[in-house]
Design a protein around this ligand. Structure first.
Ligand SMILES: Nc1ncnc2c1ncn2[C@@H]1O[C@H](COP(=O)(O)OP(=O)(O)O)[C@@H](O)[C@H]1O
Ligand SMILES: [Mg+2]
Length: 327
């Protein structure tokens, strides 16, 4: 049986649409549009989609930093709606976040030791010697020498800072890591190192990971499951290997083509597809059809009028497209 640590069902997050001089609220726009997902123990779920599609808002709502508009979130078998404030704060301690911005994630005037010690103090580790032991231990897990402890964030390279941020997450032994574009700001040569490190650590600590990316190449090595997000909605969802071999949604195919390391030699598999010049729809003005139809080369009249339902094309592989299986 699957061991699900975190899940959400039909999660909806709306923001108000404001107009005019007085910022009058004239409607609501769906930013996270009925998203359902399950995060399995020790596994990585990747959410991939272009900038602005709602990935960060989704993680913030899952973590409870922002309220959801509708839908349900369940952590370790308990709905967040039924949690006491203490249970909510325990949940937040068990989920740690890694962000893209490595400089902004560490306090500039705190030494690396202080940055690593702070979460331990907050977590109630009172004994200084014990804290030091945990810090040294974790530091070696992320491949950094103890001499870095007395340095400050600006004295470290981007890759070193990202290692410290990962160490800062690990000192409190989390169950889940949310990694929001953790390597987008790093050089290509460092990206592979950080991904490899995450794979090792995940294995060692049996961590579940929600990995956010805008690029399918980045998640290939590490993801077990992939969900493709477009305009707040999950448009395709499948085990990782299935996405790379048998993508069905035209948007997934565009993402595959845009990842050069993957797309080489894949033209025969139908991935030689481009976007139609068209705008991303305005979330404040929802349209009746498929949100991708303005940019889809296969879109016909039905796509413009009728929103596609999620359909299962093979076990565990769902897609939201009228043309699935035909293109
Ligand atoms: N507090 C907010 N109020 C209104 N709109 C917001 C707010 N935060 C984010 N958005 C909008 O939500 C959309 C998704 O943003 P985001 O989740 O940051 O995208 P991504 O992480 O996929 O790049 C964007 O169009 C953004 O402008
Ligand atoms: Mg983001």
């Amino acid at each position: 049986m699957k061991d699900i640590v975190l899940s959400c069902d039909n999660l909806l997050k709306q923001y108000p649409v404001k107009k005019g001089m007085f910022n009058k609220v004239v409607g609501q726009k769906n930013i996270v549009d009925h998203v359902s997902l399950e995060l399995e123990k020790g596994k990585t779920l990747a959410i991939v989609g272009e900038s602005g599609c709602g990935k960060t808002v989704l993680t913030r709502v899952l973590l409870g930093i922002e309220d959801k508009t509708d839908g349900s979130i369940v952590f370790e078998g308990k709905s967040v709606d039924d949690m006491t404030p203490q249970e909510k704060s325990d949940m937040k301690a068990k989920i740690q976040m890694i962000f893209q911005d490595t400089l902004g994630s560490l306090h500039p005037r705190m030494s690396i030791r202080e940055s690593l010690e702070e979460p331990l103090i907050l977590n109630g580790v009172k004994d200084k010697e014990e804290r030091e032991k945990i810090i040294l231990d974790t530091l070696s897990q992320v491949g950094m020498a103890p001499m870095f402890l007395d340095r400050y964030p600006h004295q470290l390279s981007g890759g070193q800072r990202q290692r410290i941020i990962i160490a800062r997450c690990l000192v409190v032994t989390p169950k889940i890591i949310f990694a929001d574009e953790p390597i987008s700001a790093l050089d290509v040569s460092l990206q592979a190192q950080v991904i490899n490190m995450l794979i090792d650590l995940q294995d060692k600590y049996k961590l579940s990971m929600l990995l956010i990316a805008h690029d399918l190449a980045v998640v290939r090595q590490i993801a077990d499951q992939i969900k493709i997000m477009y305009f707040g909605e999950i448009v395709e969802s499948a085990p990782s290997s299935e996405i790379y071999k048998n993508a069905q949604h035209p948007y997934t195919k565009v993402l595959l083509k845009a990842a050069p390391s993957i797309s080489k030699g894949l033209e025969d598999a139908g991935f030689d597809i481009d976007l139609k010049p068209g705008d991303i729809p305005d979330p404040a003005k929802p349209m009746p059809g498929c949100p991708f139809c303005t940019r889809c080369i296969y879109a016909d009249e039905r796509c413009m009028k009728e929103r596609p339902e999620e359909t299962e094309v093979s076990p565990g592989h769902t897609v939201r497209c009228h043309k699935a299986g035909q293109i």
